[in-house]
Write a protein that binds this ligand. Structure first.
Ligand code: UDP
Ligand code: MG
Length: 329
């Protein structure tokens, strides 16, 4: 389950100066957000840790009144909640990046705001951190999605594990804890198309997992959606694997070998006096090679599009304003 069970002892600040940040992206979660904040605050209080806690909520261009609700919560709990309002809906990945950039904690716990990530995991996550781990990811012991989605996720993690250059833990998403030094590395990465579980594994340091069941979404309608998941999957594959290019090369070599066999076959037939219908063999060969070419161009396009994205150097997100009420002494 873990990559390293007994880390070397490192100093863990565990006194009044300790700060724990919980970061969550929020997009149109008006119905659930108050309950989410209440549950997170309750779990944070139960930790009885000596320092302070902050909740960094990123309003990713919500249109259902979540932004106003978040402002109200920030005013209700001074010094506890920071709301980062993005200028529009940038998507889950950029919202998470904004949250990490605005978190001040020595330790950052990243989670979704839709009740799927159980705050009961806070205690075991922190326990592992205090043992000396820098990344403690949550492995999903079980999932509540429908069997088709569960099957797709299961397959994705296994195929990705097979083709990825950097190994990331299986069945682990964003939910987890990161030490400040890991967050500092992540926030410095200039990469735009981000697959966080992969980047988190890439950073390294001491990593381990805790197994926690994934709960059901409070309203059973995903905000990321099929398209978002597709983008995430493509980011994962094209950012961490060259296998697609390699597969194309193999296909190209195979097609060349096949066409040579066809040439020999045609020659043999010719020598034995049987003339093959020239047009049909040419047609098969050209369509086959044409298909391989197009497939390859498409694959190259995926990498080139990503290079283009990186070269443009556009910021990952734009902040509209940050709302926070300081604690009155
Ligand atoms: N989310 C976001 N921006 C988006 C889509 C989603 O900030 O464009 C947030 C959403 O509010 C939730 C988290 O990202 O807190 C995960 O979204 P969702 O539950 O829809 O993803 P799923 O669990 O279906 O992959
Ligand atoms: Mg969800």
């Amino acid at each position: 389950m873990s990559q390293c069970e007994s880390p070397a002892p490192v100093s863990r600040v565990w006194n009044e100066s300790f700060c724990l940040s919980v970061v969550a992206p929020v997009y149109n979660e008006a119905e659930g957000i108050a309950g989410f904040v209440a549950e997170v605050r309750e779990r944070l209080a139960a930790l009885e840790q000596p320092g302070r806690c902050e909740l960094v909520l990123v309003n990713d261009g919500s249109t259902d009144g979540s932004g106003e609700l978040l402002d109200r919560l920030a005013a209700e709990f001074p010094g506890e909640i920071r709301v980062v309002h993005l200028a529009r809906n940038f998507g889950h990945g950029p919202a998470v990046a904004a949250g990490l950039d605005h978190a001040e904690g020595d330790v950052v716990i990243l989670m979704d705001a839709d009740y799927q990530d159980d705050p009961a995991a806070f205690a075991p996550l922190l326990e592992k951190w205090r043992e000396g781990f820098d990344v403690v990811y949550v492995e999903r012991a079980s999932r509540q999605e429908n069997p088709v989605s569960r099957g797709i996720f299961w397959l994705f993690y296994r195929v990705f594990d097979w083709i990825a250059d950097t190994k990331s833990p299986m069945d682990a998403g964003n939910f987890g804890l990161m030490d400040r030094r890991v967050v500092a590395q992540l926030t410095q990465l200039p990469e735009r198309n981000r697959y966080l579980p992969g980047l988190r594994a890439w950073v390294g340091f001491r990593q381990t997992g805790v197994s926690v069941p994934r709960r059901a979404r409070y309203d059973s309608s995903t905000r990321v959606g099929l398209r978002g998941l597709w983008t995430l999957g493509m980011n994962a594959v094209f950012s961490f694997s060259y296998v697609p290019l390699f597969v194309f090369r193999i296909a190209g070599v195979s097609s060349i070998a096949l066409s040579m066999v066809l040439v020999l076959y045609a020659l043999g037939n010719k020598l034995m006096g049987h003339d093959l219908g020239a047009s049909s063999s040419i047609l098969i060969a050209t369509s086959f090679l044409g298909g391989i070419n197009l497939f390859g161009v498409g694959l190259l396009g995926e990498y080139i599009a990503r290079i283009y994205d990186e070269v443009k150097c556009r910021p990952v997100y734009v902040v509209d304003r940050v709302a926070e009420k300081p604690k009155e002494d």
